[in-house]
Design a protein. Structure first.
Length: 167
């Protein structure tokens, strides 16, 4: 039990401090959002935390590359969607002028379909590994997933907050 608590605390500390730091550096360096290298670092941290929390056995290790690949592909596709939004925003002089609500709905639907496909691929990659996890590993996976997702959400929200200049 102490080992699980120690892993949980370590995962929490590793997740929160670098993410907040990355969010702080991206707000000053990139007003349009996090840089690609920052997002890659966040993905690397996320993958590392989940893998460390699982403490895979040698038999389970054979399933990990598919899971890691699916995580990275999903993150890359998300980054591409975010970049496309930034590009559309930069190109738009007046977003409401000449807008076609039907085209907006179709583009949104396409993005949702891609997100759903990415999530299905991730679930398919996790399934064989998940079947081999012990109850303890499943609990750690749930906790690590929650901490990682919460940390990423907080980092993104923090990066979107306006900075207060006291000068």
């Amino acid at each position: 039990m102490k080992r699980t608590t120690a892993i949980a605390a370590l995962a929490f500390l590793i997740t929160t401090s670098p993410l907040v730091c990355a969010a702080q550096t991206t707000t000053t360096a990139a007003p349009d959002g996090p840089k690609a290298t920052d997002l890659k670092s966040l993905t690397d941290m996320r993958v590392g935390i989940v893998r460390a929390a699982l403490q895979l056995t040698s038999d389970q290790e054979k399933y990990w590359p598919a899971v890691e690949n699916a995580i990275r592909n999903r993150a890359a596709n998300r980054q591409a969607r975010l970049q496309r939004i930034v590009e559309l925003h930069d190109d738009a002089i007046d977003p409401l002028k000449d807008s076609n609500p039907v085209e907006l709905m179709q583009r949104r639907a396409d993005r949702l379909i891609q997100r759903g496909d990415d999530l299905k691929k991730l679930a398919a990659a996790w399934e064989p590994l998940y079947k081999t996890l012990s109850d303890d590993q499943k609990r750690r996976m749930s906790f690590a997933s929650y901490v990682v997702m919460r940390g990423m959400r907080d980092a993104i929200e923090h990066s979107l907050e306006p900075e207060d200049d006291d000068d």
